[in-house]
Design a protein around this ligand. Structure first.
Ligand SMILES: CSCCC(=O)C(=O)COP(=O)(O)O
Ligand SMILES: [Mg+2]
Length: 232
């Protein structure tokens, strides 16, 4: 690995377990959606996303149908910006009421702290909305980690499997792409980051991926099973 001047990390499957997101966060949002839309569907910040979903589905005019579309997207794990924005607003209630704290792998928090303390700027790039990312790290199992991060990116910058997204992020954080390291559990995301010139590490966690990915399955990306193995 050449010199790294900034680290960009994914969340689900990388700093934190897939099962926490799939088995806790998503079902919480799915259950709360009807009540959330009924209570807050007229607020402009909420309506804008509901209208975006309606427009994309042939102009649905009924909020019940919009909720059904959104619940279907949750079931499919669609990384749609409107869904992610609405999920973030719903999870805010969950964190506020202490219904859950966000999972973070025991190796991730110390490594993030160490890199931060060594002067390495840290950034998040997740399909979860930026407000959801801040809530996540603000209410993690390891406490409030938001102060460790210098910036946050979600799919408003572009999809995670598109090289241009990583070019935009490198420009936004003022780094040459080759000086930034991207960490993710998804090979297609790492391929896009590498195409943009970033350094990459596949985080291949046994808890999330019982079958280790070796050889061709890594697409040539460096591979670790824990943040403790990343020599940044
Ligand atoms: C930080 S919000 C919860 C995670 C989430 O909704 C999500 O889609 C995570 O995707 P990632 O890009 O972090 O793998
Ligand atoms: Mg991920």
């Amino acid at each position: 690995m050449s010199t790294v001047k900034a680290i960009l990390t994914d969340i689900e499957g990388t700093t934190s377990s897939i099962s926490f997101v799939k088995d806790e966060l998503f079902p919480y949002a799915r259950r709360a959606l009807p009540g959330f839309v009924a209570a807050r569907g007229r607020e402009p910040a909420v309506r804008k996303w509901l209208d975006a979903v309606a427009a994309e589905n042939g102009g649905l005019c009924d909020d019940t149908m919009i909720v059904e579309v959104l619940q279907g997207w949750i079931d499919e794990d669609r990384k749609h910006t409107a869904l992610k924005a609405l999920q973030g607003m719903i999870w805010a209630d969950g964190y506020r009421n202490a219904d859950f704290t966000a999972h973070i792998y025991p190796d991730a928090a110390p490594a993030l702290r160490q890199w931060h303390d060594a002067g390495l700027p840290l950034y998040v790039y997740s399909s979860g909305s930026v407000p959801a990312q801040r809530l996540f790290f603000g209410h993690s199992d390891a406490g409030d980690l938001t102060g460790l991060f210098s910036g946050w990116f979600d799919t408003e910058v572009g999809g995670k499997r598109e090289a241009d997204s990583y070019r935009r992020i490198a420009e936004a954080i003022g780094q040459a792409p080759g000086d930034a390291l991207f960490l993710s559990d998804i090979v297609a995301e790492l391929d896009a980051a590498r195409e943009a010139g970033l350094q990459t590490v596949l985080v291949d966690r046994r808890d999330d991926y019982p079958q280790p990915r070796h050889g061709d399955a890594t697409h040539g990306h460096a591979r670790v099973e824990s943040f403790a193995q990343i020599a940044a």
